[in-house]
Design a protein around this ligand. Structure first.
Ligand code: NAD
Ligand code: DAU
Length: 332
């Protein structure tokens, strides 16, 4: 595992993983990233130039992917179109990147015999009722709701088929909602933080009772590294940190942090097909591979994240107006 190809390594979680590798391993990394609207070169700034190289290219382009895969020990595949709301507006890039892109990676690792870790989402399992005592496990049937989650479910099925039919040496992880620095301001937590910094109000879809199971991106990175090294080929591991919160509670934590009244938010048009609740049982990853999250206190991790967005206004401010205009056009 000395030379790693990290797809989507200029995105929110992929860049966190590259930082994790620089801090905790001696690996050399090639980032393959198309630099879509969601990418950020700044998230990779300051990393050692003799250990990290950025190749700008499309994972759906076999001419780019195959020669790169052939000269690496493993591929860690983060690249995706990642935002549910965008997939409702235009599913086409989700099909191309998440399905055709993953197919292209699979064909390349099949030809080269390279180890693959495929990064996926808990959304492939659909949603849970608020009072359901069950959480998602590796045995939960697939039941995706949105074009995004269906495209990720399809990508998981492709990986499973390439393992079974061609003996590709791959693992899959399905993680819950990540938070932390460098997350695009279209996403829930950074959108609300930056709204408040800008003097606006947080915007809650519907009643705000939908539940997400939050995990810090640093913990996701440590889980992926553990699975890459210790995971059994062909296996799926669920990644979560017991961080269930409903959206209303998260908004109120943000408002409290800024010293604002807890009712200083707006209800806006709900997301079509909005999944009610996600919840991860990560027993397999913890008991078989010994992984543990480092962040136990969501509100403390959220407070650090709020401070990070306060200190990095130069990074997000150029994108704020267009992001909000696009939401406003949908009544969100
Ligand atoms: P992101 O949108 O922040 O970053 C995605 C990155 O992929 C960007 O840098 C983008 O430029 C790149 N990319 C997109 N299309 C590409 C293409 N065709 N070729 C090459 N690069 C391309 O996403 P994220 O939130 O960092 O998510 C990373 C992965 O983790 C995704 O696979 C996502 O499904 C998964 N995941 C995300 C979360 C979460 O809460 N954000 C949770 C679980 C799983
Ligand atoms: O569960 C893992 C998934 O988490 C990942 O696979 C996705 O890539 C990632 O984007 C995330 O998906 P969600 O749809 O859960 O995340 P999002 O940040 O878009 O929304 C989180 C919750 O907040 C969801 O219930 C919708 C709600 N929401 C979102 C926005 C942007 C609001 O109430 N207001 C908002 O303005």
């Amino acid at each position: 595992m000395h030379r790693l190809l990290v797809t989507g390594g200029a995105g929110f979680i992929g860049s966190n993983f590259v930082h994790h590798l620089m801090a905790h391993t001696d690996a050399h990394v090639t980032v393959l990233d198309k630099l879509t609207y969601a990418a950020s070169r700044e998230s990779l700034a300051g990393l050692p130039a003799d250990r990290v190289e950025l190749v700008v290219g499309d994972i759906a382009d076999a001419g780019v992917v195959e020669p790169l895969v052939a000269v690496h020990d493993a591929v860690v595949h983060f690249a995706a179109e990642s935002h549910n709301d965008n997939s409702l507006d235009d599913p086409a890039p989700f099909i191309r990147t998440n399905l055709v892109g993953t197919f292209t990676i699979l064909e390349a690792v099949r030809k080269a015999g390279t180890r693959l870790h495929h990064v996926s989402t808990d959304e492939v399992y659909g949603d849970l009722e608020l009072d359901d005592p069950q959480r998602f496990t590796e045995a939960t049937p697939y039941n995706p709701s949105s074009p995004y989650s269906a495209s990720k479910a399809g990508s998981d099925h492709l990986v499973r088929a390439w393992v079974r039919s061609f003996g590709v040496h791959a693992t899959i992880s399905n993680c819950s909602n990540n938070y932390g620095p460098w997350q695009h301001i279209e996403k829930f937590i950074p959108r609300q933080i930056t709204n408040v910094i800008d003097g606006g109000r947080p915007k809650l879809y519907g009643a705000g009772l939908n539940v997400r199971d939050w995990i810090h991106a640093d913990d996701h990175s440590s889980a992926v590294w553990t699975i890459l090294n210790e995971g059994r080929a062909g296996e799926t591991y669920l990644v979560g940190a017991d961080g269930e919160q409903n959206n209303l509670d998260v908004v109120q934590m943000i408002l409290r942090h800024f010293g604002l009244p807890e009712d200083d938010f707006e209800h806006v048009t709900d997301r079509a097909g909005h999944d009610l609740r996600y919840a991860i049982d990560s027993t397999k990853l913890r008991s078989e591979l010994g992984w543990q999250p480092a962040y136990g206190d969501f509100e403390a991790g959220l407070a650090d994240t709020i401070e990070w967005y306060r200190e990095h206004q130069d990074w997000w401010r150029p994108h704020k107006q267009a992001t909000e205009a696009s939401y406003a056009a949908k009544g969100q």
